[in-house]
Design a protein around this ligand. Structure first.
Ligand SMILES: *[C@@H]1O[C@H](CO)[C@@H](O)[C@H](O)[C@H]1NC(C)=O
Ligand SMILES: *[C@@H]1O[C@H](CO)[C@@H](O)[C@H](O)[C@H]1NC(C)=O
Ligand SMILES: *[C@@H]1O[C@H](CO)[C@@H](O)[C@H](O)[C@H]1NC(C)=O
Ligand SMILES: *[C@@H]1O[C@H](CO)[C@@H](O)[C@H](O)[C@H]1NC(C)=O
Ligand SMILES: *[C@@H]1O[C@H](CO)[C@@H](O)[C@H](O)[C@H]1NC(C)=O
Ligand SMILES: *[C@@H]1O[C@H](CO)[C@@H](O)[C@H](O)[C@H]1NC(C)=O
Ligand SMILES: *[C@@H]1O[C@H](CO)[C@@H](O)[C@H](O)[C@H]1NC(C)=O
Ligand SMILES: *[C@@H]1O[C@H](CO)[C@@H](O)[C@H](O)[C@H]1NC(C)=O
Length: 308
């Protein structure tokens, strides 16, 4: 009897401490840690205080109070055009800085229910992608576009989306998420960072991501990967892929047409601005789902095959 009472009191206390004002204390602490390593010149994180982290700007929780969305996309990126040699060509006139700057806290990846993470156009100052990202197995949307990471993408992402795409929240108060699976690591010439800081020695990390619908690796250096004849083989397992963007990736060799034939849902394929050197393959016309195709700025020869 006595024991039972103690247990009850303990259980009540535990509940109170863990879910204060609709937000789990551990998750709130993880977000606070993330904030503490960043400077925020435009005060975008000014709402990040108080107990209920679910009401903070950029955060959304499921009906059970777990953080499922962290969207800190920079709404007004400074546009700096940089040429291929990473020299600044032009600057936008308005230089108000809306980016978050600093190191990324690995505690962010203790948010184990997170499905949507958008850190695009912030400035993580050439830090590495935290290895702990691989613990976020429920991520279905990851946008690290122009976020100034400097790293080699290898196996950090192999665990992602094991369960992907599941809706959360049974009651209407929660956020319901049915994002198509998207990965965006792009960096562009029209941004405040030069491209080429992210690289990937091979694409084996894509092998398990069969549910992937959008893959954007624009500006990620794949020169090393494309030295191998079979570099694109992992892409052929992504049969759900609808959009593949491999522009500005320093890819050499031939168009990996055989691998692309497996992409039975592909609507948009962009391999512009690489160093491809090959005849345009006739088999291109076998990919009948395509509505956008861009192979511009390569060194291709031959003629475009007629459509069937
Ligand atoms: C710069 O752009 C931001 C966002 O569009 C705007 O809020 C701000 O007032 C602008 N600053 C100047 C000096 O024009
Ligand atoms: C970011 O983290 C790295 C490694 O943990 C550290 O060496 C560096 O000083 C940190 N940078 C800043 C700006 O805090
Ligand atoms: C990642 O997940 C594993 C297994 O659940 C756990 O042991 C490890 O502590 C986690 N790491 C982080 C940084 O959360
Ligand atoms: C990633 O974010 C950028 C803007 O910050 C946006 O332009 C791009 O479309 C996003 N990528 C995806 C796949 O949603
Ligand atoms: C492209 O790859 C070559 C080596 O294959 C390298 O020397 C060059 O710096 C790369 N260029 C860019 C823009 O990454
Ligand atoms: C590519 O498609 C062929 C024929 O549909 C299939 O046998 C093969 O397993 C696929 N390759 C991969 C890597 O999924
Ligand atoms: C390409 O399409 C042609 C005509 O439909 C067909 O005969 C051929 O087998 C296809 N090739 C491959 C590799 O799918
Ligand atoms: C393109 O290929 C042709 C013939 O192989 C070669 O002469 C030319 O130098 C190449 N151009 C570039 C920009 O690599």
């Amino acid at each position: 009897m006595w024991l039972k009472k103690v247990f009850l009191i303990f259980a009540t206390l535990f509940y109170w401490f863990s879910l204060v004002g609709g937000c789990y204390e551990g998750e709130r602490a993880a977000l606070m840690s993330f904030k503490s390593l960043l400077t925020d010149p435009s005060n975008r994180l000014s709402s990040w205080q108080g107990e209920n982290c679910c009401s903070w700007k950029g955060i959304k929780c499921s009906s059970s109070g777990h953080v499922v969305v962290v969207n800190l996309r920079n709404p007004h990126p400074i546009e700096v055009k940089i040429n291929i040699n990473k020299e600044v060509v032009s600057n936008s006139k308005n230089t108000s800085d809306f980016s978050l700057k600093g190191n990324i806290s690995s505690l962010l990846f203790t948010l184990d229910r997170i499905q949507h993470l958008d850190l695009s156009y912030n400035n993580f100052m050439f830090s590495k992608l935290p290895a702990e990202i691989s613990n976020s197995t429920k991520l279905t949307y990851l946008n690290l576009s122009n976020a100034m990471f400097q790293d080699s993408i290898a196996m950090q992402f192999t665990n992602l989306m094991v369960l992907g795409g599941v809706g959360v929240g049974r009651r209407s108060t929660g956020v319901r998420l049915t994002f198509p699976l998207k990965l965006d690591f792009s960096s562009s010439l029209l941004s405040f960072i030069s491209y080429g800081y992210l690289s990937s020695p091979n694409l084996r990390w894509l092998e398990g991501l069969r549910r992937l619908r959008y893959l954007v690796l624009t500006g990620v250096d794949l020169s090393k990967a494309s030295e191998s004849v079979h570099w694109a083989k992992p892409i052929s397992s992504l049969s759900n892929l609808m959009s593949l963007r491999l522009s500005n990736c320093n890819i050499s060799g031939r168009i990996p047409i055989v691998q692309f034939l497996n992409l039975t849902n592909i609507a948009s394929l962009d391999m512009s601005s690489n160093i491809l050197k090959s005849p345009i393959p006739d088999l291109l016309s076998n990919i009948t789902t395509l509505s956008v195709l861009d192979f511009s700025r390569n060194n291709l020869t031959g003629h475009i095959p007629s459509t069937r």
